[in-house]
Design a protein around this ligand. Structure first.
Ligand SMILES: Cc1cc2nc3c(=O)[nH]c(=O)nc-3n(C[C@H](O)[C@H](O)[C@H](O)COP(=O)(O)O)c2cc1C
Length: 361
């Protein structure tokens, strides 16, 4: 039987969060997770139920799975929802209404995969920093702005720009993939950040000053986990500074395990450094409430136990390293995860296995 007692020490994470137009009932965020459950790229009733259940179970903010802006490349992966076209936008409208009806908040994650080969069988041409003309670059920035304007019209609570994991925006940030010799390339972080800066500015212009714009970043790439954009705090500052000035409200720093230090000589993680360097609120993520990281889940049958790194999470939160905590697989496995954690019902938490990825509930 459930009790209403918050697990000791976790109380702080159940405090509300407010930043301009965004009001959240607690600090927990569902991490964006591609599910490929939207046939034809159109969100449907099953998608409404999936997000609605997590809203009902008190998750503060739902970041949606990556959803494609209006550029070539969006067809790479079947079942990934689009964020353009009347039918897909109406589908998203249904998801947003459902989440709001259940007391939740939702932010779409706007995505362009760039030249990342997510589906080698796809007939669609990829586009990335190596192949994009200046006209392509300008149209892509405009497409982010159009998606943001649609999101605002739809009444979403915030927006997330996917600038992580080696996809398009990150391909511009990363020196190895951005070999351009025009104004969107260059030897310095500042030069390679220009594309991301212009995306943020276009989005900001579309949504106005009140709506919170979240930017997700990572050092690692989906096809190269050892890759790093910034090897020192100074490089991180050179990368994040212009993005912060351009209008990013929250930095969402994607890492596999939240307790891992970003640089030698300090135990701060990526979110901790981003907050220290920019002064902006941050989201941390990576194996919260789960014992193995998500790449291990993809690669093996290892059980991922629903255990306890929450004490370490609270220690870092109370130190002020981050403001919000994103949870991925634990919330895929169990829509009720947060309520169980809140009530201290740890024995009711289930293990996350590779099979869990195949279920959609
Ligand atoms: C099935 C699955 C799909 C994912 N899709 C996305 C995505 O669309 N966008 C994104 O930024 N991250 C994506 N991720 C990464 C998660 O957002 C998160 O950072 C990662 O799972 C680590 O959090 P966890 O350890 O709590 O699962 C995905 C992860 C999983 C497991």
């Amino acid at each position: 039987m459930s009790t209403s007692t918050v697990t000791p020490g976790l109380d702080a994470l159940f405090q509300p969060f407010q930043l301009r137009g965004l009001a959240l009932r607690n600090r927990f965020v569902m991490a964006p997770m591609t599910r490929q459950q939207s046939p034809g790229g159109v969100p449907n009733e099953a998608n409404q139920g999936y997000y609605g259940r997590r809203a009902e179970a008190e998750v503060g903010l739902l970041l949606t799975e990556g959803t494609f802006i209006d550029r070539p490349g969006y067809l790479h992966t079947p079942g990934v929802p689009r964020f353009h076209g009347a039918e897909a936008l109406a589908g998203w409208g249904g998801v947003v209404a459902e989440v709001h009806a259940r007391g939740g908040a939702i932010a779409p994650q706007l995505w362009h995969v760039g030249s990342q080969p997510t589906d080698p069988k796809s007939p669609v041409e990829t586009e990335g920093p190596a192949s994009m003309t200046l006209a392509d670059v300008e149209d892509t920035i405009a497409a982010y702005g159009r998606a943001a304007a649609e999101a605002k019209r739809m009444g979403v609570d915030a927006l997330e720009i996917h600038g992580a994991h080696g996809y398009l925006i990150d391909q511009f940030f990363y020196g190895k993939t951005n070999q351009r010799t025009d104004a969107y390339g260059g030897a310095s972080h500042g030069e390679r950040t220009r594309f991301g800066v212009e995306v943020i500015k276009a989005v900001r212009q579309a949504v106005g000053p009140e709506m919170v714009v979240i930017l997700r970043l990572s050092q690692w790439k989906a096809d190269d986990y050892a890759a790093r954009n910034a090897t020192t705090p100074r490089e991180l500052e050179a990368w994040l500074g212009p993005l912060s000035d351009a209008g990013t409200d929250i930095f969402h720093m994607s890492q596999r395990r939240f307790w891992e230090p970003e640089f030698e000589g300090s135990d701060l993680n990526a979110a901790g450094w981003a907050k220290k360097l920019t002064g902006k609120p941050t989201i941390t993520v990576g194996s919260v409430g789960i014992s193995n990281d998500f790449l291990t889940t993809f690669a093996s049958d290892d059980l991922s136990k629903p255990e306890a790194n929450l004490g370490e999470l609270v220690r870092r939160f109370e130190r002020g390293d981050f403001d919000l905590v994103a949870v991925g697989r634990a919330l895929l496995e169990d829509p009720e995860w947060l309520r169980k954690v809140k009530d201290g019902r740890h024995d009711e938490l289930q293990s996350f296995t590779r099979e869990s990825l195949g279920r959609y509930y």
